[in-house]
Design a protein around this ligand. Sequence first.
Ligand code: KG4
Ligand code: ZN
Length: 353
Amino acid sequence: MRESFMNILGIETSCDETGVAWVQAAPGGVPRLVAQALHSQVDLHESYGGVVPELASRDHIRRVLPLAQQVLRNGGGSWGDIDLIAYTAGPGLAGALLVGAGVAAGLAAGLGRPAAPVHHLEGHLLSPFLGDESPTFPFVALLVSGGHTQLLDVEGVGRYRLLGESVDDAAGEAFDKAAKLLGLGYPGGPALSSLAQAGDAARYALPRPLLHSGDLDFSFSGLKTAVLTQVRRLGAQATAQDRADLAAATQAAIVDVLVAKAAAALASTGRRELVVAGGVGANRLLRDRLVQAGARRGAQVRFPPAALCTDNGAMIALAAAMRWQRGLLANDSTGSFSVRPRWPLEEASAALP
Ligand code: KG4
Ligand code: ZN
């Protein structure tokens, strides 16, 4: 019976998390997560206030194989069970991507199995399929990560149409930069949103860039400037309450724009389902407000399981599994590999590089 299943090991090393996971897929149905392991580099980069690419690459090298062994152990299997090695080929940090791609190619050659490149954002946008209730195609996807803010019309696996995106900073970047201005640690999103809990969002009027632009694009760099202006105005006298209020106002401004544009994307496409993915999708206020906005227009809103919002290996193995089920997988059986640090998702639509 085992022959009818595909056992995929997914490797994610595009930024500051080393993720490895084992996903099992039958020819039909939703693939199943067998086991996963993750190592976050937050402690490594914290004192620098952001990701240091060279340190990231070196740490991925150290972590990836022990994590893979842990995954096999936790899944009750061994290398012989793995049929395919999937790895993030982009977008991301070039050196970090090369670690995952090189390890995947080496493992594939050693095992006599193929390796397959995966688009990081495709992993994010399919990750809600690992939740309790799977989305149904077609749907609108709101991808909100540290590097990307995009709205996509998703007709099926590999069928993605970009509806709008950030013209400057990503939503996660806006959280991170505002958090830095408020003296919070890296990554800023979770820190800013927890400080915001004690704050009054109405106290500071911050801009909602492009809210009424009539299209589905975003812009967040002006918001950072507005936060900087307030921080300077408060100066050294800023109280804990001032900082909490400013954090709450920042979060509200980002969330207002994301919610309004996601609702407009549902309206313009006529889709009845919204899938939210990427690190900022872990934000509680954003989740609550999107669910309310969806309910108002009779649309389902789906999220990945909370632990799979940020980067992980499970979403990479899952994307490869869903492509395999549809005959859309690009296999690297030549032993060579390449990465694409910049790689628009639409270019991954039909086939991978
Ligand atoms: O998807 P992700 O893990 O990595 C990228 O592919 O970029 O997203 C990371 C981003 C960071 O900017 C982080 O601050 C943000 O997601 N983030 C959050 C929350 N958790 C993570 N932003 C707001 N609220 C959160 N709870
Ligand atoms: Zn990501």
